[in-house]
Design a protein around this ligand. Structure first.
Ligand SMILES: [Ca+2]
Ligand SMILES: [Ca+2]
Ligand SMILES: [Ca+2]
Length: 312
């Protein structure tokens, strides 16, 4: 049986909870096997109270608490004491996070009605997933899940300081977040650059992602859609280098290349043969070939586009 939607589950929980007000919100939905639905109601408002990083829209949830007039004292205010003090726990509905905030209690025909501000946050809009009542970050790749598949090491007529780029491909079966991972090399630069982005830097299953010195097509050889610009923080040394993508202490992929024995040249990217798309296979020069497609004057490569086979 499908679980009831959060709003309904909440209404059920509160409607049949114990008389003690403070316990109502803590009642498990799994215990909500019976209820007097006539005493519950829900309503939504048009108030937009979205907050945080999500893209949710505001609403309220009104539900009946189970306090009744006190027969011994004759007190008729079911909101005294306030039975709405504990807001319901945040809940996931797919990747939508329902959060419940401020509550107000109103008496309605002797029944306490608790109205909670509801804010829905779309975790997926930020590249996150909703789990256990919170938007949580996507996993960074595991070793071998994202690999180098093309590198423009020595752009021609364009500056190496502006027009180097490389292409990554994801072999993972779910989106992976590269933000916070590290670009490193072992060449003369010895760079260690942490990828810092405002939003998660996602690479979807099977996707290609281009990182370049600059995202400006006027300077990078006309490449549109650069996912991340590493600027001066990372370099592909023409005389040979090791390019490393690391997340935490885990090397996701690394690649050591050298001129002459690896198929790159001035104005020619080296392109991994699609039949050799693994972190291990790309360690061998034989699995790479010189690009043949022109993407900029004097420059060959397929930035952001599937690599052609090395052997037609
Ligand atoms: Ca270079
Ligand atoms: Ca490798
Ligand atoms: Ca390519």
């Amino acid at each position: 049986m499908r679980a009831p939607p959060p709003a309904l589950a909440l209404a059920l929980a509160l409607a049949c909870g114990p008389a003690e007000p403070v316990d109502t919100a803590a009642t498990s939905t799994s215990e909500s096997t019976s209820t007097d639905s006539a005493t519950t109601s829900t309503s939504t408002s048009t108030t937009d109270s979205s907050s945080g990083s999500g893209s949710g829209s505001g609403a309220t949830l009104t539900t009946a608490a189970t306090t009744a007039p006190d027969s011994t004292t004759g007190a008729l205010d079911p909101c005294d004491p306030d039975p709405c003090t504990a807001d319901p726990p945040d809940e996931c509905d797919g990747d939508i996070l329902h959060t419940y905030g401020e509550s107000t209690c109103t008496a309605h025909h002797g029944i306490a009605m608790c109205t909670f501000d509801v804010v829905d946050i779309d975790c997926a809009a930020d590249g996150l997933t909703c789990e256990k009542g919170a938007c949580r970050g996507l996993a960074t790749p595991a070793a071998g899940e994202v690999i180098f598949v093309e590198l423009m090491i020595d752009p021609e007529t364009l500056s190496d300081f502006k027009a180097e780029w490389f292409e990554l491909r994801s072999l993972a079966d779910a989106p992976r977040n590269l933000s916070g991972c590290v670009l490193a090399d072992a060449g003369v630069n010895g760079d260690e650059h942490i990828i810092v982005t405002d939003e998660p830097l996602l690479i979807g299953p099977g996707e290609l992602l281009v990182m370049a010195k600059t995202a400006d097509p006027a300077e990078n050889g006309g490449i549109e859609g650069v996912a991340y610009a590493f600027g001066d923080a990372f370099s592909l040394t023409n005389t040979g280098d090791t390019a490393i993508l690391r997340c935490g202490d885990v090397v996701i992929d690394a690649l050591t290349y050298a001129p002459k024995t690896w198929p790159f040249d001035a104005g020619v990217s080296m392109s991994l043969d699609p039949v050799a798309w693994t972190a291990e296979a790309n360690d061998f020069a034989d699995n790479w070939c010189a690009a043949v497609d022109t993407y900029a004057p004097m420059n060959l490569g397929t930035p952001g586009v599937d690599n052609p086979p090395c052997s037609p």
